[in-house]
Design a protein around this ligand. Structure first.
Ligand SMILES: Cc1ncc(C[n+]2csc(CCOP(=O)(O)OP(=O)(O)O)c2C)c(N)n1
Ligand SMILES: [Mg+2]
Length: 372
């Protein structure tokens, strides 16, 4: 009897999982779409030099290899705490950051390694931070979710879902107030869109004309919950209409599409102090974090999206258009792997933070002990 009840519960659970899963994808349709995307990407090559294109490819590959090694180091127990990988989303970071200046400002969530690399934090500094070492960009006190490097305009790394959105409106307000023409890029996942902070920020940004670009990296899942189960209006770009803000839907698997859409938004922000909402549709190939077994989606679904792998797509475009040959791509991969290996050695050999450091960097202008 007990066994019968248990099997009913399990069956009910299993069938619920199937009902809740997003609609299955048609492989044929996906292949056709991939070809169309490739054609569109080829059309976007114009105006970009060979070196620029290779650099976009190199950066995406660096992120991919860095994340693969981070996963290994995590499993080996070298990285503590949470660790959210960016594999699958590389085109979003590389495409958008290639459209801004070095002195522009960026804020993001905890899924930040790729954005940090694209903004210029070195693999050494990043890996050391993951290892909790004193040579890391946050002196080993932040870890995976709290990378920070002010001189590169990388203002975190925020673990509270949506917490960075009002902060980004704040940095955009500050740069406008100071009369600079810097823009702020604010990245967040689609689950953050249901937070009040998102709506309050967009309202103020449009009302006060803030040079902020709100970039929703829509990877279609918030932890184990698919977008369809959590949001009444899942076309996120449409939400900008409520604030009379400009918005665009962008293919996040095409690095050049992301670059172009961001460039349009940057122009609007720099010239006219106007904000934009970009919904960049992407997909994460790994679990939500290193501890996620990923039971909420099927292997088949992941494999189908891997057909649209942004790195695979871009290398195919570069090869077919004879911008690079296989030998060049292999050489880039070899150099990138070396750079990541070097970052691992550096992180391993670096010292842990001094216990005295526990009390530093807590406040920007700390009160000295004993000062009245
Ligand atoms: C305010 C708040 N609520 C809940 C959590 C727990 N939490 C961590 S990540 C996450 C899902 C966020 O998904 P999404 O915004 O789509 O970003 P993604 O992880 O897909 O990049 C949740 C609910 C949190 N960190 N902060
Ligand atoms: Mg998400």
């Amino acid at each position: 009897m007990c066994l019968f009840v248990a099997s009913l519960i399990i069956r009910r659970f299993m069938s619920k999982q199937t009902i809740d899963a997003p609609p299955d994808l048609d492989s044929k349709q996906l292949k056709q779409e991939t070809n169309e995307v490739k054609q569109r990407q080829k059309d976007r090559l114009r105006g970009l030099g060979r070196d620029q294109l290779i650099e976009l490819y190199r950066q995406m590959l660096l992120i991919r290899r860095f994340e693969e090694k981070s996963a290994e180091a995590y499993v080996a127990g070298k990285i503590g705490g949470f660790c959210h990988l960016y594999i699958g989303q590389e085109a979003v970071a590389v495409g958008s950051i290639s459209a801004i200046r070095k002195d522009d400002i960026l804020l993001t969530s905890y899924r930040e390694h790729g954005l940090a690399l694209a903004k210029g934090i070195t693999p050494r500094s990043l890996m050391a931070e993951l290892f909790g070492k004193a040579t890391g960009c946050s002196k080993g006190k932040g870890g995976s979710m709290h990378m920070f490097q002010k001189d590169l305009g990388f203002y975190g790394g925020h673990a509270i879902v949506g917490g960075q959105i009002p902060l980004a409106s704040g940095t955009a307000f500050a740069t406008k107030y100071r009369g600079t023409d810097q823009v702020t890029l604010c990245y967040f996942g689609e689950a953050a869109v249901n937070q009040g902070a998102f709506h309050e920020s967009l309202n103020m940004a449009q009302l006060w004309k803030l040079p902020c670009i709100y970039i929703c990296e829509n990877n279609q899942y918030g932890m184990g919950t698919s977008l369809q189960r959590a949001m009444s209006l899942s076309d996120i770009w449409k939400k900008a209409c409520a604030y009379e803000m400009a918005s665009e839907f962008v293919d996040g698997m095409d690095v050049l599409a992301v670059r172009e859409a961001t460039a349009r938004a940057v122009e609007r922000a720099r010239k006219d102090y106007l904000p934009t909402l970009l919904e960049i549709r992407t997909y994460r190939f790994m679990g939500h974090s290193m501890s996620d077994p990923g039971n909420y989606r099927t292997r088949a679904e992941i494999e189908k999206y891997q057909e649209r792998d942004p790195i695979k797509l871009f290398s195919a475009t570069l090869l077919e258009e004879k911008i690079v040959d296989n030998k060049t791509l292999e050489e880039i991969d070899r150099k990138v792997r070396e750079e990541v290996e070097d970052s691992l050695r550096f992180a391993d050999e670096s010292p842990l933070p001094d216990p005295e450091e526990l009390y530093t960097d807590v406040y920007a202008d700390p009160i000295e002990p004993g000062r009245k």
